[in-house]
Ligand binder design. Structure first.
Ligand SMILES: *Cc1c(COP(=O)(O)O)cnc(C)c1O
Length: 471
């Protein structure tokens, strides 16, 4: 008889009473074996299908009621996950997942995520997690160096770009508020943040949370915001502007704003420059794209999401301040029971964003970077950029296809001439139904289109050509 064959063996060997779920017993041992075995198979599988969503009705019918007084047991719960729930989750690290911004964690990063969970590391304070915080900070410093930020730059891994942008903008407003106060000036009636009209929706979301106004500025014809456009907004709105947000790789097109000309405005105006590079800033690691990001070195804060193009699992955003003290002043939480933590000079990640308890979510990236080295990252990122260029050339040369814009990074947006919104929708649904690819419809200035967002080094030119052939 195999180790896990009998549910009854599991329960008879369980620890008694309230210790049952926590004690090391033959029940917990076989449960951990089951879960690790599943994880190993999933991480090393090269043929996990794309899968697709199911309706709540179907899932209820297939999964039934899983939360009951006595439990259904680990074996049944895991079987349900493997056979019913997981297949109803799209495989976001599949090479033919080309929608939104995909994810493509390295094997090292994914495997190490298990270690982070297994170790119950608290990533909020130096006191509790110094070893983890040290390693996370090494990654943050390395990124800051790549971006050309000043030597003292530092920050924290937060849940995602949305929270990273919000935390940076809160620090920016706090900075502006204290500047005005020092100068004996009052607060503006309404704080304002200037950004491109094509900026990510999370900027508008942050503005709503902060109750500040967004001043959208039209980008130039290439989709990039330039200093000249921003200058007009700064002239018009004056000291009510607490931050300018530049996008380093728009989500829809992968277009990088003209960071150098926007940063140059700092010579004439006093504003906080935040660079939202959630997807695209990783492109700076590649010699093929590095030049697009000139000017980022003058940013007061930047974000980049390791769960997008830095090959880490969900969920992680690196938020980096040029002067981390600005982040700490805005975000440190004070309470009697926290005084031991806040009355020291030690570096506590909790102090640098709108959060307290945190997972050491930078560790999978640290482990992977330490394992493979920087050069492997440059190669993998360069591969996406090169593939985007190659497939853009292919699209350009095909009859009946039009590129909407030349790709700058690894997003290729194109139209199938004459197709309506409904044509794209039907085609996209068919691709997923046939488990060929996950490519969703998009649009630009009211015209429907579709896009390939490429971050997975396992995606090939031939796969993409195969998708074009279905149109
Ligand atoms: C994805 C993205 C965000 C939001 O990041 P999340 O991690 O999804 O919260 C913000 N800005 C840009 C440019 C993005 O591409």
């Amino acid at each position: 008889m195999g180790r896990h064959d009998e549910a009854s063996t599991e329960s008879t060997a369980a620890a008694p009473g309230p210790k049952r779920m926590h004690a090391v017993s033959s029940e917990t041992e076989s449960l951990v074996d089951l879960v690790l075995d599943y994880s190993r198979r999933r991480i090393l599988s090269s043929d996990t299908p794309l899968d697709q969503p199911r309706s709540e009705y179907e899932l209820r019918r297939l999964a039934g009621n899983t939360i009951v007084e006595e439990g259904i047991g680990a074996r049944r719960a895991l079987e349900l996950f493997e056979n019913v729930l997981a297949p109803a989750c799209i495989t976001t690290d599949h090479p033919q997942y080309l929608s939104f911004i995909p994810t493509a964690p390295t094997k090292a990063a994914t495997a190490f995520d298990l270690v982070v969970s297994a170790s119950a590391v608290y990533g909020g304070s130096w006191l509790e997690g110094s070893g983890a915080v040290f390693a996370e900070n090494e990654v943050i410093s390395w990124l800051a160096g790549e971006f050309g930020l000043p030597a003292g730059a530092g920050g924290v891994f937060v849940q995602g770009g949305t929270l990273g942008n919000l935390s940076a903008l809160v620090a920016a407003r706090e900075h502006a508020r204290s500047r005005l106060e020092e100068d004996g000036l009052g607060r503006p009636d309404r704080w304002k943040v200037v950004c491109s009209a094509e900026a990510h929706s999370s900027i508008a979301s942050a503005a709503r949370v902060m109750d500040v106004e967004v001043v959208p500025v039209a980008p130039g014809p290439t989709g990039a915001l330039a200093g000249a456009n921003v200058r007009e907004a700064l002239d018009e709105h004056g000291s009510a502007v607490f931050a300018v947000v530049a996008t380093a790789g728009s989500t829809n097109f992968g277009i990088v704003d003209d960071l150098a000309s926007i940063a140059a405005l700092k010579d004439d105006f006093d504003f906080w420059l935040h660079v939202d590079g959630a997807y695209g800033l990783a492109g700076m690691l590649s010699p093929l794209a590095r030049h697009h990001f000139a000017g980022v070195e003058r940013a007061d804060s930047v974000i980049v999401d390791p769960h997008k193009w830095l090959f880490a699992p969900f969920d992680a955003c690196a938020l980096i301040y040029a002067d981390p003290e600005t982040g700490r002043r805005a975000h440190t939480q004070h309470a009697e029971y926290l005084d031991t933590l806040t009355e020291t000079t030690e570096w506590s990640p909790s102090d640098y964003a709108a959060h307290l308890t945190r997972r050491a979510r930078g560790l999978p990236l640290w482990f992977s970077l330490a394992t493979y080295g920087e050069a492997a990252y440059r190669d993998a990122i360069s591969a996406s950029i090169q593939l985007a260029r190659d497939i853009a050339d292919e699209i350009d040369s095909r009859d009946g296809f039009s590129l909407v814009r030349q790709p700058q990074l690894s997003v290729v947006v194109f139209e199938r001439d004459g197709w309506s919104r409904a044509d794209y929708a039907a085609w996209s649904a068919r691709l997923l139904d046939e488990q060929r690819a996950f490519v969703t419809p998009s649009s630009h200035e009211g015209r429907p289109n579709t896009r390939f967002a490429i971050v997975n080094p396992m995606t090939t030119f031939d796969q993409l050509v195969g998708i074009l052939d279905t149109m």
